[in-house]
Design a protein around this ligand. Structure first.
Ligand SMILES: C[S@@+](CC[C@H](N)C(=O)[O-])C[C@H]1O[C@@H](n2cnc3c(N)ncnc32)[C@H](O)[C@@H]1O
Length: 322
């Protein structure tokens, strides 16, 4: 049976037998938060610094996997109140102050509201929020793409309404296939609305209209390898985030800074300009090794091309009167 891609995608990742219910992200791919030696610690240092600089006493890691980044945050910043949010129960050995089980995709837990003095990090969340996928047919008309569990596709109904408007606004010139990012825009607005005072940090790989591929970006990952995107629950399904669309609409009482990960990390942690001093190897060998490893990890997270190109949208929120 063929159903619209966004429905198949949601079921494949978050349904009863969904990919993220059965396996941890770290089993299948590395991110800046996990799977890169020293990387999670570098990211945690940056997030702790950002939280402190914005007077945030709490950090919520939305889509935190099995809490890999939270473990580093606990160690580096024990004064922070930490909350993990994901679609599975809290891992038994994870030391956090709270854990919320979420429906998954664009859906967020009801309890995640009225956040104050809180930094919410959504690290590689929006790319796994399912979107409709649309294609032009032989007559040049936009059609919703439907898909079967084995990945075979058909053209469904004509695209209309707000999704068509989104495509007209954000599809690149000559596009034939597009992931309709409106579901991510709405998820981002929902998240912003849950914070009264604090910062929302959305980190993901993404694109802008000028660089958006004409045939879309949907792909799969399994066991560390990129695979065809098939909605059968055996692989991750992910598509780039349309950051120009996210940036085009947010409330007036929110300000947003968007920069590449490389620039944010250099701003927060400093650029590694001088080498780690060799004398340290004899006077403080452990500190020397730690400094070398942190430097290598910072280089990995700021590599260009590479992870340094990821975008950080950092929203500052101060709704004191509400
Ligand atoms: C690509 S992984 C990223 C994991 C981790 N943040 C990292 O960067 O390594 C996406 C994670 O988001 C979780 N997720 C997806 N939608 C969610 C939602 N609405 N609420 C909470 N977690 C969600 C998935 O279960 C998965 O663990």
């Amino acid at each position: 049976m063929h159903i619209p891609w966004d429905e198949a995608w949601h079921e494949a990742l978050y349904g009863a037998e969904g990919f993220y219910r059965r396996t941890a992200p770290a089993d299948h791919f590395a991110t800046s938060a996990q799977g890169i030696p020293g990387g999670g610690r570098v990211l945690a240092r940056a997030i702790a610094k950002l939280a402190r600089s914005r007077h945030c006493t709490r950090v919520v890691d939305l889509g935190c996997g099995r809490g890999e980044l939270l473990r580093h945050l606990r160690e580096l910043a024990p004064e922070l109140h930490l909350t993990g949010v994901d679609i599975v129960p809290r891992p038994a050995d994870l030391d956090v102050d709270a854990w919320l089980v979420s429906p998954g995709g664009a859906g967020l837990p009801e309890e995640l509201v009225d956040l104050r003095a809180t930094l919410v990090l959504a690290h590689e969340w929006l790319d796994v929020v399912p979107t409709p996928i649309v294609e032009t047919d032989d007559n040049g008309v936009w059609r919703v793409v439907t898909v079967a569990r084995d990945g075979t596709e058909e053209h469904g109904r004509w695209l209309t309404g707000p999704d068509l408007h989104w495509v007209k606004s954000f599809a690149p010139r000559g596009a034939k296939r597009v992931e309709v990012g409106r579901t991510r825009d709405l998820a981002w607005l929902d998240l912003l609305d849950r914070v009264r005072t604090g910062v929302v940090v959305v980190v993901d790989y993404g694109n802008m209209r000028g660089t958006r591929p004409a045939h879309g970006t949907l792909t799969g990952y399994r066991d560390g390898r990129q695979v065809d995107p098939v909605p059968d629950g055996t692989c991750d399904l992910t598509a780039h985030v349309a950051f120009d669309s996210l940036m085009s609409d947010y409330p007036d009482d929110v300000t947003v800074d968007m920069m590449a990960q490389r620039d944010w990390l250099f701003t927060l942690l400093g650029e590694p300009t001088s080498p780690v001093p060799h004398e340290l190897a004899t006077t403080r060998p452990t500190a020397y090794l730690e400094a070398l490893s942190q430097r290598a990890a910072l280089n990995a997270l700021t590599a260009w091309p590479g992870l340094g190109e990821f975008r950080w949208a950092v929203a500052h929120i101060a709704r004191l009167g509400r």
